[in-house]
Ligand binder design. Structure first.
Ligand code: DX5
Ligand code: ZN
Length: 229
């Protein structure tokens, strides 16, 4: 039985109002968000195009919240320095986009930023086993990346439990984050499967009161004190 740290809630700005980003960031700060999750899409690795380093730099100027940058792009190494300069705190790359994953993780860490590694729902969890001692975070996708508002894929529970067991049996210092389709009705189960940090976009922004939705999500996780899967 492994004692849990409090859940980390990382609202995804993908569901924010891009014409009023600052207003939404202030609302999330007030509501006690832990990190801001920023979905970077290039129209190539995923079918959608979203945010680049310029927007990250603009956000950096207005908030002290950690900027959790999820790069859904091919050849992420080319852009890592730009995201570091823009003020990212965590840079997460897709294992499917990194033929030299160990080198990419070392590259991110050498620039003084936390390194995350993410995998799509159909990518075997074993693809990150060797990188666990080097990575600061594993991000498990619980939807196919590219869009907000998709349905949660439940294999996440089993995948998170497996990776959590690998991390804790080796005494490693690596967080697990989950991303996609997480809402108030499944957040406690996701957390209970061993996930430390939870991304939620539509689950927070489509609530009538996003601030109190974050509080309800946190409360739902507060009764979970072990990894249950
Ligand atoms: C999907 C993105 C997610 C997305 C989550 O490609 O990586 O971060 O914004 O949105 P919801 O919570 O609406 O599934
Ligand atoms: Zn994301």
């Amino acid at each position: 039985m492994q004692k849990r740290n409090p859940v980390i809630i990382a609202p995804s700005l993908l569901s924010a109002n891009f014409a009023r980003l600052e207003e939404d960031v202030r609302m999330l700060e007030k509501a006690g968000a832990d990190w801001l999750h920023i979905d970077v899409m290039d129209g190539h690795f995923v079918p959608n195009i979203t945010i680049g380093p310029l927007v990250v730099a603009a956000l950096r100027k207005i908030t002290k919240l950690p900027l959790d940058c999820h790069l859904m792009i091919t050849e992420p190494d080319r852009y890592i320095p730009d995201f570091v300069k823009a003020g990212a705190n965590i840079i997460t790359v897709h294992v499917e986009a990194c033929p030299h994953l160990h080198r990419t993780v070392q590259h991110i860490k050498s620039l003084g930023v936390k390194a995350g590694v993410t995998l799509n729902p159909a990518t075997p969890v074993s693809s990150v086993k060797e990188i666990l001692p080097d990575a600061d975070m594993i991000l498990l996708m619980s939807v196919n990346p590219g869009f907000g508002g998709q349905e949660f894929i439940p294999s996440l529970y089993r995948r998170a439990a497996t990776i959590s067991q690998w991390i804790h049996s080796q005494g490693l210092n690596c967080l697990i984050e989950a991303d996609g389709g997480i809402k108030l009705d499944n957040i406690a189960d996701v957390y209970a499967s061993g996930v430390d940090a939870i991304v939620s976009g539509s689950g927070i922004f489509s609530a009538s009161d996003p601030g109190s939705m974050i509080a309800s999500m946190r409360k739902a996780c507060s009764n979970v004190d072990t990894v249950s899967v």
